[in-house]
Design a protein around this ligand. Sequence first.
Ligand SMILES: Nc1ncnc2c1ncn2[C@@H]1O[C@H](COP(=O)(O)OP(=O)(O)OP(=O)(O)O)[C@@H](O)[C@H]1O
Ligand SMILES: O=C(O)c1ccc[n+]([C@@H]2O[C@H](COP(=O)([O-])O)[C@@H](O)[C@H]2O)c1
Length: 211
Amino acid sequence: MIAIFGGTFDPVHLGHLNMAKHCVKHFNLTTLYFMPCAIPAHKAAPGISTEHRVAMLNAAITPYPYFQLDLRELNRSGPSYSLLSLQELRAKNPDTPLLFLIGMDSFNNLERWFEWQTITQLCHLVVFQRPGLKSTAHGELLAYQQAAECNNSTELTMQAGGKLYFLAGEEMAIASSDIRKAIKNGINYNELLPTGVSQYIQTQQLYLSGE
Ligand SMILES: Nc1ncnc2c1ncn2[C@@H]1O[C@H](COP(=O)(O)OP(=O)(O)OP(=O)(O)O)[C@@H](O)[C@H]1O
Ligand SMILES: O=C(O)c1ccc[n+]([C@@H]2O[C@H](COP(=O)([O-])O)[C@@H](O)[C@H]2O)c1
């Protein structure tokens, strides 16, 4: 199995680590790759450099041998469409089950993603809960959910892609945007971040101004 966790990670926080750890444990993964995007398809570009985001990801994953980085989107120009990354991964690994981990808010917006229906064929989507959010799928997204959802994780090992799995686990009400706001407003945010990340933010004086 190949497991990818895409995100802006501006910055990576304990909510990200929590869902990624649940995914590793649940699917008994050897490796899960955090894949930072370069230019988010649907939100404002990060106000800090790519190097800072990657440095914070490295600080966050260092204690965990089963986490690695996949930097392919940083080496591409244009919006970081997940479709392109998944197509590349699929071309290199034609028959390997491919998991793409996202949060419930991302799932509820999936219909707005570039060629989302092709994405659902290229990989299995693993959706982690986000506090206060449930699937709001309707129309074509609901049709996909009804056709693809499975409750038995071994089913995901039996085909390369096409399934949808809702992964339950401890929910953490943490968002990068709240952390950026807290830092700007001088509010303590350290308990929301891996230690190495909060140290890096302080040393580099990140997020003190801007959005
Ligand atoms: N606390 C959380 N619980 C569940 N899913 C999360 C959580 N934080 C992030 N995610 C999911 O992780 C992926 C990457 O998230 P991202 O890097 O955009 O962080 P974010 O906290 O959502 O950022 P922002 O607040 O700036 O939108 C997305 O699919 C998102 O849904
Ligand atoms: O491909 C798309 O159109 C697309 C649209 C929105 C989000 N994504 C991906 O979803 C992941 C989480 O996105 P975000 O914006 O919540 O950090 C990240 O890997 C994004 O590149 C992808």
